[in-house]
Design a protein around this ligand. Structure first.
Ligand SMILES: Cc1cc2nc3c(=O)[nH]c(=O)nc-3n(C[C@H](O)[C@H](O)[C@H](O)COP(=O)(O)OP(=O)(O)OC[C@H]3O[C@@H](n4cnc5c(N)ncnc54)[C@H](O)[C@@H]3O)c2cc1C
Length: 383
């Protein structure tokens, strides 16, 4: 049944049950430092996981505008669940865009129905945020299969996912050929029940504590030829198209900023502060910043800018820095109420920070944007 979300209409999955479960569970999940089973149950059964899977594979076939909006709505209640969801959407979109017909037919219906939760393992300790020095290797076997060895860090959904998109070095690197990723890297789809894949708890994170962000080890992990996603050695090309899709972690940041704003409105109303002009004006400034972040995330999802990939990078940079600024201002305005450890604004501050550290990290985003800006600056006729 089509449902209205903002001014746009799309087949929205029934989020109400998920959001109400998260409202009850988010604080406890943050305290225990992991997703609660009841949240994962609802996540898998409520229908949201099929959002961007094409209808012919059992999904809702929605676009990046819908994706960003759902991620924002979930992040407004719990940013940890929003990043689990974002990774699931991102991997299902990669399979849709780059999978063989066989991979799509086998994997996507499971991703859409919630039988399978999908995760991405690209990052490694010491590999660098730009993923140019990864140590995980993929060795081609005589039968056409692969053996993967290595260790991934900061994998969101580690231990709860059923399928992992693993980045590995499968061939020779050619230094200096890329700003993000390296030549000779490939993507592999690894099922959680593969005995060579060993997930582990990650470090005790200060933010996104309920996102199951942890380690994944690959120990002589044997895969069939069908595990390769996309052309061998061309992961950087696939990564480039991720940006073109318009799905942005900025959507998570908008939800976090909205949550902080909600806390502030509740606070000033309860304390009778709305009759003070200075308070009202500060609130308007925050609302203006959030609206601008929402707008650029929406534009990123529409993909109608001259260079959609750049808009996705701008949206992540702008929304994530805006949400950090908004949460800090809300923190100040809450006064001593916000200085209590268990006050939700403290969770929002850490979650807002985390988005800047997620791939591409904000500094890497700036590098990618600067490469493009400097190219146009040196183009004859523009000086
Ligand atoms: C909550 C959370 C969830 C995550 N989930 C996932 C996930 O699901 N899958 C996954 O693969 N990864 C995930 N990551 C990892 C994330 O994507 C980053 O790649 C990783 O955190 C970068 O590691 P680092 O900061 O230690 O890198 P470092 O390379 O040590 O970077 C240190 C600093 O230098 C900057 N920097 C590094 N290289 C460059 C460069 N070339 N140009 C400019 N600045 C640079 C970085 O931005 C950072 O500020 C997650 C991270 C967090 C915090």
């Amino acid at each position: 049944m089509p449902a209205a979300v903002g001014e746009l209409r799309f087949d929205q999955p029934p989020l109400d049950e998920l959001l109400s479960t998260l409202r009850r569970a988010a604080h406890t999940a943050d305290e225990v430092g992991g997703p609660l089973p009841e949240v994962l149950d609802v996540l898998r059964t409520c229908g949201v996981l099929g959002l961007v899977v094409p209808a012919r594979y059992g999904g809702l076939g929605q676009d990046a505008v819908a994706l960003n909006r759902v991620v924002t709505d979930v992040a407004r209640v719990d940013a940890s669940t929003a990043i689990i969801l974002f990774q699931h959407f991102a991997v299902s979109a990669r399979i849709t865009d780059w999978g063989t017909e066989e991979q799509k037919r086998t994997l996507l219906p499971r991703a859409a129905s919630g039988e399978w939760l999908l995760a991405s393992g690209w990052s490694e300790t010491g590999a660098g945020a730009d993923k140019r020095r990864i140590a995980t290797t993929a060795q081609r076997q005589p039968d056409g299969g692969w053996i993967l060895d290595g260790a991934k860090s900061f994998t969101t959904g580690a231990g709860i996912a059923d399928l992992y998109l693993i980045l590995a070095q499968s061939g020779a690197d050619e230094p200096g050929t890329s700003t993000y990723g390296a030549a000779g890297q490939s993507f592999f789809l690894v099922e959680a029940d593969n005995p060579g894949l060993v997930p582990d708890h990650g470090p005790d994170l200060i933010g996104m504590r309920a996102s199951a962000t942890g380690f994944v080890q690959l120990r002589s992990c044997r895969l069939g030829a069908e595990a390769l996603l996309g052309p061998e050695g061309e992961a950087t090309r696939i990564i480039g198209t991720v940006r073109e899709s318009g799905a942005t972690l900025g959507a998570v940041s908008v939800g976090i900023a909205e949550a902080a704003y909600d806390l502030l409105l509740e606070h000033v109303t309860q304390r009778g502060l709305t009759n003070q002009q200075a308070v009202r004006h500060r609130i308007v400034n925050l609302a203006t910043q959030i609206e601008a972040a929402r707008a650029i995330v929406e534009r990123s999802g529409r993909g109608d800018a001259a260079d959609p990939g750049m808009t996705t990078l701008y949206s992540k940079l702008f929304a994530s820095t805006t949400s950090e600024t908004v949460v800090a201002e809300v923190h100040r305005m809450l006064g001593s109420a916000g200085f209590v450890r268990t006050h939700p604004v403290n969770r929002l501050a850490h979650d807002a920070r985390a988005v800047a550290l997620m791939g591409p990290t904000n500094d890497v985003c700036r590098e990618l944007v600067s490469a493009q800006c400097l190219t146009s600056l040196t183009t004859p006729g523009l000086t």
